[in-house]
Design a protein around this ligand. Structure first.
Ligand SMILES: *Cc1c(COP(=O)(O)O)cnc(C)c1O
Length: 423
């Protein structure tokens, strides 16, 4: 089927939730994708951080073929060979003790929120009802997913507004504002929710002082520190987990995006102490943690471990090249990120849109998030030459579009340069 006919049919048959680029992809290999007309694209977004090993990785393809011929689904009423092994690998790299497997990021986050409430409920020994420890502190500018609990903790009005009322009990803290966190935290809080690096919110890393304060406050009062590493976890920053750059251990961490290389799989990881609030029947899933997805995730983690050093090296190389661009372009407001999660903030949504559009036309896939932020989430297997190609194209696209997008505005906003603690 052609792009035109697919697009026409989708326009009639699907809920109008997406504004897709007019490209029909049919094939991928390594860092490249091909569309229905045979045009090749360099993929610097990897399906929003999912295809971390690139497309059609031989070990992943082999694992899918092998397992698809043996067993795809059994439900969680029975054992299969791979959940225990995958949990062993994930607990080993995270420093946590137990895992729960589900199907997506938002579902992992829902489970994390339920753990926080259940843990508080278990410790509500004074018999008073309702449970005095029920409030959840979440961050402004955050993103945790599209289900109701995840939306309730997502600090961006545009995602929440159409669906209110959401899950009650959530208050928002200004991200990285230690005074605001101090002010809003008290003994009624059961969880503090943080993306170690905010992804959809524009690739904003948490400050070390802020994360350490959140860790200290929660420890002292018996609340839980919930870290969402669905985008920044599992090797993306050059460590298994982004919190490992900070020397902080969360009570609960969620992962998903790259875990099964494109098959739906998410996980909640937590401590023995927190896990003790769960008993059979309290939480579950039909599909989550099936044999196919888990077998693939085991292969992914085998490869991820080998790539951490490479991700750190390429991330530094990429970041330095973006900082050099920053010196050349007044329109660049900030360059931030860690490992292969990088971003360039420009001074107008129009410029960000024009640049992303131009790169796409030239066969380079990146993404614009939070209006003015160009986001890069390339696969871990990129080489320096791929970075060079993207930076060169970015340089040209900025130069070409700075003029035209700025003419429309009366004056450029004052240049805002932020210093970010690079963890
Ligand atoms: C993508 C994302 C989610 C939601 O994951 P889905 O699989 O789309 O439900 C949650 N949190 C963060 C940080 C994400 O990047």
């Amino acid at each position: 089927m052609s792009l035109a006919s697919v697009s026409r049919m989708e326009g009639k048959l699907l809920l109008p939730t997406y504004e897709r680029q007019p490209i029909l992809f049919v094939r991928g290999r390594g860092v490249y994708l091909w569309d229905s007309r045979g045009k090749r694209y360099l993929d610097f977004l990897s399906g929003i951080g999912v295809n971390a090993l690139g497309h059609n990785h031989p070990a992943i393809q082999a694992a899918i073929k092998r397992q698809a011929g043996r067993l795809i689904h059994v439900s969680n009423l029975f054992f299969h060979e791979y959940q225990a092994e995958l949990a062993r690998l994930l607990t080993q790299i995270s420093g946590l003790d137990r895992a729960f497997f589900c199907n997506s990021g938002t579902e992992a986050w829902e489970g994390a929120l339920k753990l926080a409430r259940a843990f508080a409920q278990m410790n509500n020994k004074n018999g008073r009802k309702p449970n005095p420890k029920w409030r959840i502190l979440a961050m402004e500018n955050s993103f945790h997913g599209r289900t109701f609990g995840a939306l309730a903790t997502t600090g961006q009005p545009k995602y929440r507004a159409p669906f209110v009322p959401l899950v009650p009990g959530v208050s928002f803290v200004k991200f990285n504002d230690v005074d605001d966190l101090q002010r809003k935290f008290d003994s009624s809080v059961c969880a503090v929710c943080i993306e170690t690096i905010q992804g959809e919110g524009g690739v904003c890393p948490v400050n070390p002082e802020f994360l350490k304060l959140a860790s200290r406050l929660t420890k002292r009062s018996g609340a839980l520190l919930l870290l969402d590493e669905i985008q920044c976890g599992l090797g993306r920053t050059g460590r298994h987990f982004a919190y490992q750059h900070y020397g902080v251990l969360p009570d609960v961490v969620t992962v998903a995006k790259p875990l099964a290389c494109g098959l739906p799989l998410g996980a909640i990881l937590t401590t023995e102490r927190v896990a003790s609030c769960m008993h059979p029947g309290m939480h579950g899933t039909t599909f989550g943690g099936g044999p196919l997805a888990c077998a693939v995730a085991i292969e992914f983690l085998r490869a991820e471990r080998q790539l951490l050093k490479h991700v750190r090296a390429l991330g530094e190389y990429f970041h330095a090249a973006l900082e050099a661009l920053d010196k050349k372009h007044k329109s660049i407001q900030d360059v931030r990120g860690a490992g292969l999660m990088q971003a360039v903030e420009v001074d107008s949504p129009e410029l960000a849109k024009a640049v992303a559009g131009q790169l796409l036309q030239e066969g380079i896939i990146i993404n614009r998030t939070h209006e003015t932020v160009l986001r890069f989430l390339p696969p871990y297997v990129i080489q320096k030459k791929h970075v060079d190609q993207v930076v060169k194209a970015l340089d040209a696209a900025l130069r070409k579009n700075e003029e035209s997008t700025h003419k429309k505005k009366k004056s450029a906003p004052p240049r805002r340069k932020e210093v970010h603690a690079h963890a």
